[in-house]
Design a protein around this ligand. Sequence first.
Ligand SMILES: NC(=O)C1=CN([C@@H]2O[C@H](COP(=O)(O)OP(=O)(O)OC[C@H]3O[C@@H](n4cnc5c(N)ncnc54)[C@H](O)[C@@H]3O)[C@@H](O)[C@H]2O)C=CC1
Ligand SMILES: O=C(O)C1=N[C@H](C(=O)O)C[C@H](O)C1
Length: 266
Amino acid sequence: MNEVKIVIAGPRGNMGKEAVKLVDRTEHFSLTAVLDSKSSGQTVKDIDGLPSMDAPVYTDLDLCLSEVECDVLIDLTTPEYGKKHMEIAFSHGVRPVVGTTGFSNEDVQELSKTAEQKGIGAIIAPNFAIGAVLMMKFAAMAAKYFPDVEIMEQHHDRKLDAPSGTAVKTAKMISEVREAKVQGHEDEREDMDGARGADYEGMRIHSIRLPGLVAHQEVLFGGEGQTLKIRHDSMNRGSFMPGVQLAVETVLKIDQLVYGLENIME
Ligand SMILES: NC(=O)C1=CN([C@@H]2O[C@H](COP(=O)(O)OP(=O)(O)OC[C@H]3O[C@@H](n4cnc5c(N)ncnc54)[C@H](O)[C@@H]3O)[C@@H](O)[C@H]2O)C=CC1
Ligand SMILES: O=C(O)C1=N[C@H](C(=O)O)C[C@H](O)C1
Protein backbone atom coordinates (compact mmCIF):
# COMPACT_ATOMS: atom_id res chain seq x y z
CA MET A 1 0.00 0.00 0.00
CA ASN A 2 1.23 3.55 -0.80
CA GLU A 3 2.12 5.82 2.08
CA VAL A 4 -1.00 7.36 3.67
CA LYS A 5 -0.51 10.94 4.90
CA ILE A 6 -2.53 11.54 8.04
CA VAL A 7 -3.52 14.53 10.20
CA ILE A 8 -4.94 13.75 13.67
CA ALA A 9 -7.31 16.14 15.47
CA GLY A 10 -7.33 15.77 19.26
CA PRO A 11 -3.83 14.31 19.85
CA ARG A 12 -3.77 15.04 23.59
CA GLY A 13 -6.97 13.07 24.22
CA ASN A 14 -7.36 9.46 25.37
CA MET A 15 -8.08 8.32 21.82
CA GLY A 16 -5.91 10.85 19.99
CA LYS A 17 -2.81 9.67 21.86
CA GLU A 18 -3.46 6.05 20.86
CA ALA A 19 -4.08 7.11 17.26
CA VAL A 20 -0.73 8.98 17.11
CA LYS A 21 0.99 5.82 18.39
CA LEU A 22 -0.87 3.73 15.79
CA VAL A 23 0.36 5.98 12.98
CA ASP A 24 3.90 5.92 14.42
CA ARG A 25 4.08 2.11 14.41
CA THR A 26 2.32 1.50 11.08
CA GLU A 27 4.85 1.37 8.27
CA HIS A 28 2.64 2.75 5.49
CA PHE A 29 1.15 5.56 7.64
CA SER A 30 2.83 8.93 8.03
CA LEU A 31 1.77 11.74 10.38
CA THR A 32 2.01 15.08 8.57
CA ALA A 33 0.46 17.26 11.36
CA VAL A 34 -1.80 17.25 14.38
CA LEU A 35 -4.61 19.66 15.26
CA ASP A 36 -4.67 20.64 18.91
CA SER A 37 -7.10 22.92 20.72
CA LYS A 38 -4.29 24.51 22.73
CA SER A 39 -0.82 25.48 21.59
CA SER A 40 0.71 25.92 18.17
CA GLY A 41 4.29 26.37 17.02
CA GLN A 42 5.38 23.02 18.49
CA THR A 43 5.92 19.55 17.17
CA VAL A 44 4.34 16.30 18.32
CA LYS A 45 7.38 15.37 20.40
CA ASP A 46 6.72 18.46 22.60
CA ILE A 47 3.37 17.04 23.72
CA ASP A 48 3.48 14.95 26.90
CA GLY A 49 2.93 11.24 26.38
CA LEU A 50 3.37 11.29 22.59
CA PRO A 51 6.12 9.58 20.57
CA SER A 52 9.13 11.57 19.42
CA MET A 53 7.73 12.69 16.04
CA ASP A 54 8.47 15.90 14.15
CA ALA A 55 4.99 16.55 12.72
CA PRO A 56 3.89 20.16 13.38
CA VAL A 57 1.05 21.15 15.72
CA TYR A 58 -1.70 23.43 14.37
CA THR A 59 -4.71 25.01 16.05
CA ASP A 60 -6.52 25.94 12.80
CA LEU A 61 -7.59 23.02 10.61
CA ASP A 62 -8.19 25.14 7.51
CA LEU A 63 -4.65 26.52 7.71
CA CYS A 64 -3.24 23.07 8.53
CA LEU A 65 -4.80 21.45 5.47
CA SER A 66 -3.64 24.35 3.26
CA GLU A 67 -0.05 23.91 4.40
CA VAL A 68 0.56 20.17 4.81
CA GLU A 69 -0.11 17.18 2.60
CA CYS A 70 -2.98 15.05 3.89
CA ASP A 71 -4.96 12.09 2.55
CA VAL A 72 -6.94 11.31 5.71
CA LEU A 73 -8.04 13.37 8.70
CA ILE A 74 -8.65 11.30 11.84
CA ASP A 75 -10.97 13.24 14.16
CA LEU A 76 -11.15 12.30 17.84
CA THR A 77 -12.30 15.54 19.42
CA THR A 78 -15.71 16.66 20.68
CA PRO A 79 -19.25 16.65 19.29
CA GLU A 80 -18.97 20.45 18.93
CA TYR A 81 -15.98 20.26 16.54
CA GLY A 82 -16.28 16.89 14.80
CA LYS A 83 -18.82 18.09 12.24
CA LYS A 84 -16.99 21.37 11.52
CA HIS A 85 -13.76 19.45 11.01
CA MET A 86 -15.45 17.12 8.52
CA GLU A 87 -16.75 20.07 6.51
CA ILE A 88 -13.29 21.66 6.41
CA ALA A 89 -11.74 18.32 5.37
CA PHE A 90 -14.27 17.99 2.51
CA SER A 91 -13.45 21.53 1.34
CA HIS A 92 -9.78 20.44 0.97
CA GLY A 93 -10.61 17.12 -0.72
CA VAL A 94 -9.37 15.28 2.41
CA ARG A 95 -11.08 12.07 3.54
CA PRO A 96 -12.28 12.13 7.15
CA VAL A 97 -12.26 9.12 9.50
CA VAL A 98 -14.27 10.19 12.50
CA GLY A 99 -14.60 8.46 15.86
CA THR A 100 -16.02 11.50 17.60
CA THR A 101 -19.55 10.80 18.84
CA GLY A 102 -22.61 12.98 19.46
CA PHE A 103 -23.73 13.42 15.82
CA SER A 104 -27.48 13.65 15.22
CA ASN A 105 -29.21 11.75 12.40
CA GLU A 106 -29.55 15.08 10.61
CA ASP A 107 -25.80 15.73 10.92
CA VAL A 108 -25.02 12.34 9.38
CA GLN A 109 -27.50 12.93 6.54
CA GLU A 110 -26.10 16.39 5.81
CA LEU A 111 -22.51 15.16 5.81
CA SER A 112 -23.47 12.19 3.59
CA LYS A 113 -24.93 14.58 1.08
CA THR A 114 -21.77 16.69 0.99
CA ALA A 115 -19.55 13.61 0.64
CA GLU A 116 -21.72 12.33 -2.22
CA GLN A 117 -21.77 15.69 -4.01
CA LYS A 118 -17.99 15.94 -3.78
CA GLY A 119 -17.38 12.22 -4.43
CA ILE A 120 -15.15 12.00 -1.33
CA GLY A 121 -14.96 8.96 0.94
CA ALA A 122 -15.67 9.47 4.65
CA ILE A 123 -16.23 7.17 7.60
CA ILE A 124 -18.02 7.95 10.85
CA ALA A 125 -17.63 5.03 13.26
CA PRO A 126 -19.40 5.40 16.61
CA ASN A 127 -17.28 2.49 17.83
CA PHE A 128 -14.03 1.22 16.28
CA ALA A 129 -13.76 -1.88 18.51
CA ILE A 130 -14.45 -4.96 16.37
CA GLY A 131 -16.11 -6.69 19.35
CA ALA A 132 -18.47 -3.76 19.85
CA VAL A 133 -19.46 -3.85 16.18
CA LEU A 134 -20.22 -7.57 16.52
CA MET A 135 -22.22 -6.86 19.70
CA MET A 136 -24.35 -4.37 17.72
CA LYS A 137 -24.84 -6.84 14.87
CA PHE A 138 -25.76 -9.67 17.25
CA ALA A 139 -28.21 -7.36 19.02
CA ALA A 140 -29.89 -6.51 15.71
CA MET A 141 -30.14 -10.25 14.93
CA ALA A 142 -31.71 -10.98 18.32
CA ALA A 143 -34.20 -8.10 18.11
CA LYS A 144 -36.02 -9.86 15.30
CA TYR A 145 -37.01 -12.56 17.79
CA PHE A 146 -37.03 -10.45 20.99
CA PRO A 147 -38.63 -7.04 20.34
CA ASP A 148 -38.47 -6.11 24.04
CA VAL A 149 -35.03 -4.64 24.59
CA GLU A 150 -33.20 -2.17 26.82
CA ILE A 151 -29.68 -0.85 26.25
CA MET A 152 -27.38 -0.16 29.18
CA GLU A 153 -24.14 1.65 28.34
CA GLN A 154 -21.40 2.37 30.87
CA HIS A 155 -18.53 4.83 30.40
CA HIS A 156 -15.81 6.74 32.25
CA ASP A 157 -17.01 9.86 34.04
CA ARG A 158 -15.25 12.35 31.67
CA LYS A 159 -17.51 11.48 28.74
CA LEU A 160 -19.34 14.49 27.25
CA ASP A 161 -22.23 12.92 25.37
CA ALA A 162 -25.08 10.70 26.60
CA PRO A 163 -26.33 8.35 25.37
CA SER A 164 -23.09 7.10 23.83
CA GLY A 165 -22.71 7.01 20.06
CA THR A 166 -22.59 3.21 20.28
CA ALA A 167 -25.90 3.04 22.16
CA VAL A 168 -27.60 5.31 19.62
CA LYS A 169 -26.20 3.27 16.70
CA THR A 170 -27.28 0.02 18.38
CA ALA A 171 -30.81 1.38 18.83
CA LYS A 172 -30.87 2.49 15.20
CA MET A 173 -29.72 -0.93 13.95
CA ILE A 174 -32.32 -2.66 16.15
CA SER A 175 -35.12 -0.30 15.06
CA GLU A 176 -34.42 -1.19 11.41
CA VAL A 177 -35.35 -4.84 12.03
CA ARG A 178 -37.68 -5.06 15.03
CA GLU A 179 -41.44 -4.65 14.83
CA ALA A 180 -42.57 -1.16 15.94
CA LYS A 181 -43.19 -1.35 19.66
CA VAL A 182 -43.55 0.94 22.67
CA GLN A 183 -42.32 -1.05 25.64
CA GLY A 184 -43.68 -1.11 29.16
CA HIS A 185 -47.39 -0.71 29.86
CA GLU A 186 -49.80 2.22 29.81
CA ASP A 187 -49.93 2.65 33.60
CA GLU A 188 -46.14 2.79 33.94
CA ARG A 189 -44.95 6.11 35.43
CA GLU A 190 -41.66 7.77 36.33
CA ASP A 191 -41.67 8.92 39.93
CA MET A 192 -38.27 10.52 39.32
CA ASP A 193 -37.33 12.15 35.99
CA GLY A 194 -35.16 9.91 33.85
CA ALA A 195 -35.79 6.76 35.88
CA ARG A 196 -36.74 4.81 32.75
CA GLY A 197 -33.87 6.19 30.66
CA ALA A 198 -33.95 7.80 27.21
CA ASP A 199 -36.62 6.75 24.71
CA TYR A 200 -35.49 5.71 21.19
CA GLU A 201 -38.56 4.62 19.24
CA GLY A 202 -40.03 2.94 22.31
CA MET A 203 -36.69 1.35 23.38
CA ARG A 204 -34.99 2.51 26.56
CA ILE A 205 -31.32 3.53 26.81
CA HIS A 206 -29.63 3.88 30.22
CA SER A 207 -26.31 5.75 30.58
CA ILE A 208 -24.00 5.08 33.51
CA ARG A 209 -20.90 7.24 34.18
CA LEU A 210 -18.30 6.18 36.75
CA PRO A 211 -14.55 6.55 37.29
CA GLY A 212 -12.80 3.25 36.63
CA LEU A 213 -14.94 2.41 33.60
CA VAL A 214 -13.69 2.66 30.00
CA ALA A 215 -16.48 1.70 27.54
CA HIS A 216 -19.02 -1.06 28.11
CA GLN A 217 -22.46 -1.92 26.79
CA GLU A 218 -25.05 -4.55 27.55
CA VAL A 219 -28.12 -5.12 25.40
CA LEU A 220 -30.83 -6.92 27.38
CA PHE A 221 -33.71 -8.75 25.72
CA GLY A 222 -36.74 -10.17 27.50
CA GLY A 223 -39.25 -12.76 26.33
CA GLU A 224 -41.71 -15.17 27.91
CA GLY A 225 -39.78 -16.90 30.72
CA GLN A 226 -36.34 -15.94 29.37
CA THR A 227 -33.81 -13.13 29.01
CA LEU A 228 -30.82 -12.72 26.74
CA LYS A 229 -27.83 -10.45 27.42
CA ILE A 230 -25.27 -9.40 24.81
CA ARG A 231 -22.31 -7.55 26.30
CA HIS A 232 -19.10 -5.93 25.12
CA ASP A 233 -16.28 -4.39 27.20
CA SER A 234 -13.42 -2.21 26.07
CA MET A 235 -10.77 -2.43 28.79
CA ASN A 236 -8.45 0.11 27.16
CA ARG A 237 -8.27 2.44 24.15
CA GLY A 238 -5.95 0.04 22.32
CA SER A 239 -9.13 -1.96 21.65
CA PHE A 240 -10.23 0.69 19.13
CA MET A 241 -7.03 0.89 17.06
CA PRO A 242 -7.43 -2.08 14.65
CA GLY A 243 -10.75 -0.50 13.64
CA VAL A 244 -9.12 2.91 13.15
CA GLN A 245 -6.50 1.29 10.89
CA LEU A 246 -9.18 -0.53 8.88
CA ALA A 247 -11.15 2.71 8.47
CA VAL A 248 -8.11 4.70 7.29
CA GLU A 249 -7.23 2.02 4.72
CA THR A 250 -10.84 1.71 3.53
CA VAL A 251 -11.71 5.40 3.29
CA LEU A 252 -9.16 5.74 0.48
CA LYS A 253 -11.15 3.29 -1.65
CA ILE A 254 -14.67 4.71 -1.27
CA ASP A 255 -16.41 7.82 -2.63
CA GLN A 256 -19.25 8.30 -0.16
CA LEU A 257 -19.87 8.51 3.57
CA VAL A 258 -20.12 5.25 5.51
CA TYR A 259 -21.72 5.40 8.97
CA GLY A 260 -20.64 2.44 11.08
CA LEU A 261 -17.71 0.03 10.85
CA GLU A 262 -20.09 -2.89 10.24
CA ASN A 263 -20.51 -1.58 6.69
CA ILE A 264 -16.83 -2.05 5.84
CA MET A 265 -16.03 -5.24 7.78
CA GLU A 266 -15.88 -8.30 5.57
N1 LIG B 1 -15.45 5.67 17.81
C1 LIG B 1 -14.81 5.10 18.84
O1 LIG B 1 -14.48 3.90 18.84
C2 LIG B 1 -14.51 5.93 20.03
C3 LIG B 1 -14.95 7.21 20.06
N2 LIG B 1 -14.67 8.01 21.11
C4 LIG B 1 -15.11 9.39 20.97
O2 LIG B 1 -13.97 10.13 20.57
C5 LIG B 1 -14.02 11.43 21.11
C6 LIG B 1 -12.76 11.69 21.93
O3 LIG B 1 -12.75 10.82 23.04
P1 LIG B 1 -11.57 10.90 24.12
O4 LIG B 1 -10.27 10.81 23.45
O5 LIG B 1 -11.91 9.95 25.19
O6 LIG B 1 -11.80 12.38 24.68
P2 LIG B 1 -10.73 13.35 25.34
O7 LIG B 1 -11.50 14.42 26.04
O8 LIG B 1 -9.71 12.57 26.10
O9 LIG B 1 -9.99 14.00 24.07
C7 LIG B 1 -10.55 14.94 23.21
C8 LIG B 1 -9.44 15.85 22.78
O10 LIG B 1 -9.91 16.70 21.74
C9 LIG B 1 -9.29 17.94 21.91
N3 LIG B 1 -10.07 18.95 21.20
C10 LIG B 1 -11.26 19.51 21.54
N4 LIG B 1 -11.61 20.41 20.63
C11 LIG B 1 -10.64 20.42 19.69
C12 LIG B 1 -10.44 21.16 18.50
N5 LIG B 1 -11.32 22.09 18.10
N6 LIG B 1 -9.32 20.91 17.77
C13 LIG B 1 -8.43 20.00 18.17
N7 LIG B 1 -8.55 19.27 19.29
C14 LIG B 1 -9.66 19.49 20.04
C15 LIG B 1 -9.27 18.17 23.41
O11 LIG B 1 -8.29 19.12 23.78
C16 LIG B 1 -8.93 16.77 23.92
O12 LIG B 1 -7.52 16.62 24.07
C17 LIG B 1 -15.32 11.50 21.92
O13 LIG B 1 -16.33 12.05 21.12
C18 LIG B 1 -15.62 10.04 22.22
O14 LIG B 1 -16.98 9.81 22.42
C19 LIG B 1 -13.95 7.57 22.17
C20 LIG B 1 -13.52 6.28 22.23
C21 LIG B 1 -13.78 5.34 21.15
O1 LIG C 1 -16.23 8.34 24.96
C1 LIG C 1 -15.82 7.15 24.91
O2 LIG C 1 -14.98 6.71 25.69
C2 LIG C 1 -16.39 6.26 23.89
N1 LIG C 1 -17.19 6.76 23.00
C3 LIG C 1 -17.81 6.06 21.94
C4 LIG C 1 -19.33 6.10 22.12
O3 LIG C 1 -19.86 7.17 22.47
O4 LIG C 1 -19.98 5.10 21.87
C5 LIG C 1 -17.25 4.69 21.72
C6 LIG C 1 -16.87 3.97 22.96
O5 LIG C 1 -18.02 3.57 23.61
C7 LIG C 1 -15.99 4.84 23.85
